[in-house]
Design a protein. Structure first.
Length: 174
């Protein structure tokens, strides 16, 4: 692995099931193949682990981000509205952001994913903006005190006996 994950990132991903952890790390590797050298900003946020990539630690300089959820990973494009969506992979209707949902490593093998990453890199002028970077600079930007994390596949006996969905109960309790 050319850019090994920082220990903090591995800690942030611990609550996720192994397939999602592996998918998140594979997505990170692909993004770094196309974006490095760059700044990598890590957030252990409320509803997802998020990784931002850009020319500095400043949020406004972000180009691409990864969001890790319980059942999938998103590759987000901070100015996705400006990218050509001929391949039809970009999702979202907001003013700027677009994303590609990654549900398996096979999704990462789609050549169009790299094409979108390269287009975002070029659009942001990353080659010039990161000309003084030697490699990837990883920084923990924020650790949110309250987090909603996926529950592993264990179902607590009391909730199961009452026919309740423990995942819904966990969401309400936070």
């Amino acid at each position: 692995m050319r850019h090994p994950p920082p220990k903090e990132l591995l800690q942030f991903l611990e609550p996720y099931d192994r397939p999602i952890r592996e998918l998140a790390l594979a997505t990170r590797s692909l993004v770094l193949e196309e974006m490095a050298p760059c700044a990598e900003n890590m957030y252990d946020a409320y509803s997802a682990v998020a990784l931002g990539y850009g020319s500095s630690e400043r949020l406004k300089d972000g180009v691409v981000h990864i969001a890790v959820y319980a059942a999938h990973v998103n590759i987000g494009f901070n100015h996705g509205n400006e990218l050509d969506n001929k391949k039809g992979l970009l999702q979202g209707t907001g003013r700027r952001l677009r994303h590609i949902t990654i549900k398996s490593v096979a999704d990462l093998r789609n050549p169009a994913v790299r094409q979108y990453l390269r287009a975002a890199y070029k659009l942001a002028g990353m080659k010039e903006a990161t000309r003084d970077f030697k490699d990837v600079t990883s920084v923990v930007m924020a650790i949110y005190p309250k987090r909603r994390r996926p529950l592993h596949n264990a179902i607590p006996n009391k909730q199961h006996a009452r026919g309740e969905n423990p995942r819904e109960g966990a969401r309400r309790s936070l």
